[in-house]
Design a protein around this ligand. Sequence first.
Ligand SMILES: NC(=O)c1ccc[n+]([C@@H]2O[C@H](COP(=O)([O-])OP(=O)(O)OC[C@H]3O[C@@H](n4cnc5c(N)ncnc54)[C@H](OP(=O)(O)O)[C@@H]3O)[C@@H](O)[C@H]2O)c1
Length: 175
Amino acid sequence: MATHYYTASSLDGFIATEDNSLEWLFRQDIDLDGPMAYPAFGAKKGALAMGSTTYEWIVAQENGKWDYTSPTWVFTHRQLPDKTGGGEVTFTQADVREVHAQMAEAAQGKDIWIVGGGDLVGQFHDAGLLDEVWVQFAPVTLGSGSPLLPRAIDLELIEVARNRDFMCGRYAVVR
Ligand SMILES: NC(=O)c1ccc[n+]([C@@H]2O[C@H](COP(=O)([O-])OP(=O)(O)OC[C@H]3O[C@@H](n4cnc5c(N)ncnc54)[C@H](OP(=O)(O)O)[C@@H]3O)[C@@H](O)[C@H]2O)c1
């Protein structure tokens, strides 16, 4: 069982614009059955965690539906409504170590996916709980926005691939 951060990023290290737009991402071309694409990655995950901005973005999409089948923990200090329409979601402000233990139990041997944003992933890293970082770099710079991973972390490149418009890297956290 390992804990992975999987995300798309601009070349200059942002995962969303300042107004939380992903338009720059969705206009890129990707082969969903191709190397390091999301469906195969997601299928191996048994539990997910994300911050409230990411959660609210997902459930606000016009045609968006909650297509995560694994139990998901949403970090927030607020009382947020469950808008997943049947997803298995837990809102929490508990310590990441405590939540990670719950996620590991729920994942039943599968891997854990920290969806984002970057600071939440950093909190898992601070607790020594982050094993791998998978980044799909889109051929665009944004200049500003939500940071990919606002920490100083040494990583080892363990896999690299091109998927159409994307340069895909898989990195292990060096401890
Ligand atoms: N490019 C991609 O593939 C990709 C992937 C993931 C996300 N995104 C996007 O990137 C952006 C990320 O936004 P973001 O950086 O603001 O991050 P976020 O992690 O989604 O949300 C941050 C919020 O999470 C809550 N939070 C974080 N740590 C917490 C803790 N320890 N305890 C309780 N609550 C905690 C706080 O919410 P409260 O204010 O509710 O307390 C905080 O304001 C979003 O627009 C998202 O859609 C893009």
